[in-house]
Design a protein around this ligand. Sequence first.
Ligand code: NAD
Length: 788
Amino acid sequence: MNKIAQIFQTLDYGPAPEGPEQANAWLDAHGRKFGHFIDGRWTKPGKTFSSDNPATGESLAQISDGTAEDVDAAVKAARAAFKSWSALSGYERGKYLYAIARAVQKHSRLFAVLETMDNGKPIRESRDIDIPLVARHFYHHAGWAQQLSREFPDAVPYGVCGQIIPWNFPLLMLAWKIAPALAAGNTVILKPAEFTSLTALLFAEICERVGLPKGVVNIVTGEGATGQAITAHAGIDKIAFTGSTEVGKAIRAVTAGSGKGLSLELGGKSPYIVFEDADVDSAIEGLIDAIWFNQGQVCCAGSRLLVQESIEARFITKLKKRMQSLRVGDPLDKSIDIGAMIAPVQVERIRDLMQRGVAEGAEVYEPDGQLPAKGCFLKPALVTNVSPANTLVAEEIFGPVLVAMSFRTPEEAVQLANNTKYGLAATIWSENINLALDIAPQIKAGVVWINGTNNFDAAVGFGGYKESGFGREGGREGMSAYLKPAWEKDLKPAPAAKVVEAKVGNPLDGSHLDQTAKLYIGGKQARPDSGYSRAVLDPSGKLIGEAGDGNRKDIRNAVEAARAALGWATTPAHSRAQILYFLAENLDYRRDEFAARIKLQTGHDGAEEVALSVERLFAFAGWADKYDGAVHNPPLRAVAAAMIEPLGVMGIVAPPSRPLLGSIALIAPALAMGNTVVLVPSSQSPLSLADLYQVIETSDVPNGVINIVTGDSVALAKTLAEHDGVDGLWFAGDAEASAMVEKASTSNLKPTWTSRGLYFDLADRRFEGDYFLSKATQVKNVWIPYGA
Ligand code: NAD
């Protein structure tokens, strides 16, 4: 038989190697040793470590381990460059981004080969996915640079951004960070992951080549300690981090109280839901991409298969058969499906996790065939017979391991899908568009793919819910993450709250005792658990009333009531608006009484504050059905619906100033967007809110949507921050307490807004719009394919 006939017999793949010569020549030209790229120059290599090719174990180059001094030099360079870079017109900055995009395209094969050698991912992926998406990001953001002044008229860049990225998509994560930062006018210090610095260093050369002004992009290589030097540096205005949830939490704690902007793109354990009416063959192909793309080292990997029980057996049989044809091996071979894991330590970690899962009862299926004799290779694995508590179901494995479970009903699918601390992505397969679009909003994740998987585009935001982090990359929301309001720099310190001495006298004297304000929980007035009340004094120190001294238990009850009321989120926006209008109207009827109460507490005429509160409720009632999403047209046969969703249960701690407006201005945007609220009114002047209970009751606000706990606002803020049932927290108060709130909120990574001791004049109409609306919401992008 001749050779061609033989090939037709076996249909085996022939070798299709991609040559490493040019990448090796580039490494040789640098003596296989690199310094940092700081202020447009290359530093002399310092103490170095090796960057290895995980497919062969060979060292590719020596990389400098950045010190605190290196980071400091980079921050100085970035600071010096910021003034002129941010002063350039958007058009000028856009031209640089465009030039970078062009240059990446011109050298795309060199980038792809170098990436594959350094990271171990198949060349098919680096060539066809990573690098084209890098170019797309720079093109897209070149456009944003130019449109910025029109689209974000009152915004300015943060300044110097510290950016820390992981090893799984080295150049792509760099592009996701650097492109929007530069478009907005920031300058950056980027630290690649220690395993994969090479394409970032090649990128630095591209910056040189396009003539990017010195200091605008600085690349400092190194390990975790270099990252720590970045997050702790006082000269950095914003930290953008992509990596593990564990390190993300450490960064949340370290940056607490620093005033630095922060976005966190963290880990995931994304569900891949297959309904019985799915196109099974397509769902299997999708699943192959979902979990074995990049060896499963993907934050949004569809690593938890949830398949409807009626098709489970057939689906698993087909999947195993398909797994047999996956080819594991040399990532530079163009017909390889699964390349090398990043490093021996990762292989060990995955093996350990597998052992634990098996000890807990899991069964593991792996296809036949041999792995290459050397290098960090693992076979694709399918894990069955697991309960939700199995380590392999609960933990992010970050490897080629799929765990499979079944469900009976759509409700059960949603429950299982959401039964995770993560919330990055989800996939839904069904031929029934009604079902798919019913499930998508119920999944707590930042990205949902319908009948598809792992779609990414620069115009579509990407990022997580829950412990998958906060902030988005890509799209309008990603752009806004690198901008802040121009007026923030003019904020003055809030005046220190006056300590009023209580006038000595018999507290049982006087007419005030006809009312002791209780708490308001789940639609009912409740006595504080402590059994104590706090004195409320007028500015002269005279006792004017008492309010319940709420404690940890009251907050817990209030959070429980707020969670039970989360149906508010799916109440139509029109109905939420009606209720807010009604609240405004009922408050207005009683304006004189509320004004008098404000006067009693503050000594100031309260009429204006009541009028502003009514107006603010009207404003956000109006916003309820207007602050909504967008439909993106990514360059695929799909639309991505960017849906604005509420955070969930929000803790809101009102400022000491303005007893009524201080609370109304904060709860109105949260409620308009569908959040339920646990409000802690001003400690000094809580009576205006206690008066509001009756107004709330007469305004058709469902029970549990607004809960009010009076007491020591800093102590109650701490409890709210530590509570994992609270999904977002706003705190208006002094700098020290703001830092405490940010730090204490680390455990479930709830997004926070704090006033950091600055005076936010909530009467200002700038707070009537998207400033708080954006902070009360998160964007979920639902990808919907079209075409027959
Ligand atoms: P990692 O958290 O260990 O490291 C990420 C980066 O942080 C590296 O550059 C590392 O050097 C640096 N670092 C480590 N300790 C640090 C510290 N204390 N302070 C500052 N920087 C520090 O993560 P990894 O193992 O490189 O990457 C895998 C993780 O990244 C996975 O959990 C994955 O889900 C996540 N990831 C998330 C996204 C996303 O967009 N959500 C994308 C890719 C990867």
